[in-house]
Design a binder for this molecule. Structure first.
Ligand code: KIV
Length: 269
């Protein structure tokens, strides 16, 4: 069973694996594959809810999806992503919203897209017993300011990321996601911290890797350049749906083995 403590212990000795999942059947597969942590990411907005960005994702959506994932997970650490404006506006609301994801949805930890505004919030949550995974580099909730560009590409920006990473570690974050930053920056952040770094588009020298499950499975028609598709589930789903349509239209389905007949209900009229 993965806990925030065992995740920290694994760092530096074995690579940490994390994938997103947004529903029970997918979470069960990810968990059975011995993935260390499941992130119920707000990437659900683009990946499964049909939004253009993550901004419209609500706390209710994350809460409901996290509860489904937690019900299907025995071993992996379940991390719920706090959606846009569910944190950082008002301290009491931020704490209540994060707490809800642990108390009602059974998450083990929350993730916050981080910046200078989340250092004290991370400290408060950690003090209250809510484990925090920080997230620096590309933070898609800032799409309207940053777009989806690489981050930390010049010296000042890279130094700001190292500094913020240290501040979040000092505030009590148990791990840090680094998204779409240069590999050599990710390596330096990893060396500077004791807590595990988990990279996405951050090269090979972080303590772990995370990808979005729909990219891994090949369910989306597009995916970011740093991702890798490990299967073509979209084609397989399309094939199954078309086969079903064809068999219903031809009368081949349902066959005798999919139907039953009761002698008692013969000759009703
Ligand atoms: O929402 C998400 O899935 C994420 C990962 C890409 C790290 O934040």
């Amino acid at each position: 069973m993965t806990t925030t403590r065992t995740l920290r212990e694994k760092a530096g000795s074995e690579p940490i694996t994390m994938l997103t999942a947004y529903d029970a059947p997918t979470a069960a597969i990810v968990d059975e594959a011995d993935i260390d942590a499941i992130l119920v990411g707000d990437s659900m907005g683009n990946a499964v809810l049909g939004y253009e960005t993550t901004l419209p994702v609500t706390l209710d959506e994350v809460a409901s999806r996290t509860a489904a994932v937690a019900r299907a997970t025995d071993d992996a650490l379940v991390v719920a992503d706090m959606p846009f404006l569910s944190f950082g506006v008002d301290d009491a609301d931020s704490v209540e919203n994060a707490g809800r994801l642990l108390k009602e949805s059974d998450a083990d930890a929350v993730k916050l897209e981080s910046g200078p505004h989340t250092v004290e919030l991370t400290r408060r949550l950690a003090d209250l017993g809510i484990p925090v995974m920080a997230h620096l580099g590309l933070t898609p909730q800032h799409v309207n300011q940053l777009g989806y560009q690489r981050q930390g590409t010049d010296r000042d920006a890279a130094e700001r990321i190292v500094e913020l990473a240290r501040e979040h570690e000092e505030a009590g974050a148990f791990s840090l996601v680094l998204e779409h930053v240069p590999s050599n920056l990710a390596r330096q952040v990893t060396e500077a911290l004791d807590i595990p770094t988990i990279g996405i588009g951050a090269g090979p020298d972080t303590d772990g890797q995370v990808l979005v499950i729909t990219d891994v499975l090949g369910l989306d028609d597009s995916s970011p350049p740093f991702s890798k598709q490990f299967a073509d589930v979209r084609s397989e789903m399309k094939r199954a749906v078309e086969a079903y349509r064809d068999e219903v239209e031809s009368g081949e389905f349902p066959a005798d083995e999919h139907s039953h007949v009761e002698s008692d209900v013969e000759d009703l009229y």
